[in-house]
Design a protein around this ligand. Sequence first.
Ligand code: ATP
Ligand code: MG
Length: 830
Amino acid sequence: MNQFKDIILGNAQAKYNRVADSQKCLRVSGKHNDLEEVGHDTYHHTMFEMLGNWSFGDYFKQGAIDFAWEYLVDVLKLNPDMLYATVFEGSPEENLERDNEAASIWEKHLPKDHIINGNKHDNFWEMGETGPCGPCSEIHIDLRSPEEKAKINGRDLVNQDHPQVIEIWNIVFMQYNRMANGSLEPLPFKVIDTGMGFERLCMALQGKTSNYDTDVFQPLIRKIGQLSGKTYGEDNKVDVAMRVIADHVRTISFSIADSQLPSNAKAGYVIRRILRRAVRYAYTFLDQKQAFMYRIVDTLIESMGNAYPELKDQSELIKKVIKEEEDSFLRTLETGIKLLEKVIAETKANGKNSIAGKEAFVLYDTYGFPLDLTELILKENSLTVNIAEFDAEMAKQKERARNAASIEASDWVIVNEGESEFVGYDEAETETKVLKYRKVKQKNNEYYQIVLEKTPFYAEMGGQVGDTGILSFGSETIEITDTKRENNLAIHISKKMPSNPSETVFAKIDKEARLATSANHSATHLLHEALREVLGTHVEQKGSFVSPKLLRFDFSHFQKMTSEEIRKVERLANKKVREAILLEEFRHTPIEEAKAMGAMALFGEKYGEDVRVIKYGSSIELCGGTHVKNTGNIGMIKILSESSIAAGIRRIEAITGETVENTLYEFQDTMTELSGILNSSNVIQAIKKTIAENGELQKEAENMLKERIKAVAAQVIDNRAEVNGINVYSLKGPRIAEAVKGIAFAIREESPEKSIFVGATLNGDKPMLTVLVTDDLAQNGFNASTIVREAAKLIKGGGGGQPQFAQAGGKNAEGLSAAYDKIMEIIASI
Ligand code: ATP
Ligand code: MG
């Protein structure tokens, strides 16, 4: 119904009063979330095709019910004995009585005992907290065998979650508007909105008792069986897994074809979670430890590709994205399993038989392990998990999410009647008036949303950010910090409301910011064209972001762009900039005509019948954004980066105009500073020279150090002492650590047997102990590491090493001489 929200809310005029449609429908998050049911039952999907019919102020209850009956019974020939209808029973607290009108219409078609009262939960439909709502009438079908029917009357199973007595069609009679204070007001015109599940209808028509037994799903189930070597219908757990995968692969493939890629945020995250759920079931119940789902995509395309050609067109991308996601999640699963194994080992070592709920929650939250998988692995180890604790963690997280997302909006305050109109393609400022406004609270943030009659403010859409600017009411001016789009209305965001909102308003956008944004948007079109020319026509726009500062453009392409390719693209696009091509804008063009002109339409975008075409020479795109009058206004385009954002999707970031200019200045300043530091105008030459000189110097320094080490070593050797027939060489005083080590090894060269080197030196103000013993002594009970560690206590330090050589640094320089004595004492005692 999203497409029709504007009409239902009265913001837009309906073109046709009657509409019939089929739409792909996802119920995996928010108010309608069937995700956890999917696969476990046989009639809920993550994505299904919803068939519907609509009336905007045309036919109402009578028409809608008669049409539904005619279609099911006369056209599709369903047996009317199987059908039941529900009607709203009324609600005393809302002061609403039973929907007798709907009931009496049903009585024309159905016996009275097939008409059932339903409560507010099942039979009163609401769009959200506020807005259009009304009673509804559902049609249910009883698909059970005659024997089953003889045992229990079908009417007792309606809305009781029986898998074979299910709802197939819901007819909503929208007749009220729910206000923020909870009261109901009649709508200006009445709306019919109906929804019938195509897959459930197929089940009824094909005489099956599970959606998965119909020809919509059987090819997928067979393919999964073939790939996994499992048979559907033998083991319930395997069956659930096969259903989950058959269902999820549809949702994921369609989403990718519609440009919604799996990601870590928002809608992308919903898709990622669905995919991961499927991987998990394949991993646990079908023993698929490797990417698997992408191999089913061809089967899906065989059965649905004719009706949905986008699946065929993008099959390569779909498979690539799914495979990459599978691979990466399987790696996460492995990590999670290792983590769990550690927890299991610790739990067992502590003699416990259950793991903390918190641990299971971390696995769930970070590694996508649902509780059942954790439990399964635990069970294999005769352990359990504290479920109450897990639930508590889950509740806490939900609460956090709710707090972050909750928005409280007051009712709109109507200031003037009228329709809102965008004049910002032509004007940067205009005189206008406020139509309505309301206060919104989100977290600790309070602001106002304002709707104007005429507005030059572009409301965020198609990747282009909303305009900023000011509204002046007489002498009072308020700042507009952003402009958002809601149900196709431009919503101006402000921290303040003027004291008199009914005064005439002077609305003015920040022209400079807008111009920069427009330049970036037009540059996006030029880059898009250049990319297709350089890389090929497989390049398709997959997303974009256009702000005054920069542009981002995401597109399909399978490998990293080379620097030559990037340069070619820049050169092509900048040539078009220099050609100063005039903008040709076709504001209201029938879509067919636009396509005939060669306009590039984006798949997955919604276009009306009348579209706007933006043409700069050979670059022709359907676009609602703002653009420069002449490509010369872009100044120059510079790509800053090229990267991968998902399998098969690349992203470029670029800047234009003044931002390029500023970047050039920064670059120039850096170069000037560098040549100043290097004292040369040829920076590259100067740096090469410096590096070469440095190398020479380093060599020289090393040589000098070696000589110095030799000299000191010779001195130390001269001062040799003897303890129990062992040569003891001592080094004291200030000395850098590197040198001490060098001296120790140089002495060993000279005196390779029955010798010990003892260093008690100062490296700056840090005391340091070094002990080296020759190999023969190390084999005879002398251990440099133990000796050093023992003595290091006196310098408040630690360290160690090998039996032959060990060093320790410390904090207490005062203890150095005591530490030296200690070492001597140890040596003497061995
Ligand atoms: P149910 O109670 O069976 O979940 P619902 O009350 O959520 O159904 P509606 O919101 O009235 O269903 O949706 C209209 C129709 O869409 C339903 O009659 C059904 O045929 C179909 N439908 C709803 N949800 C799903 C789903 N998850 N998968 C397949 N079909 C569905
Ligand atoms: Mg439902």
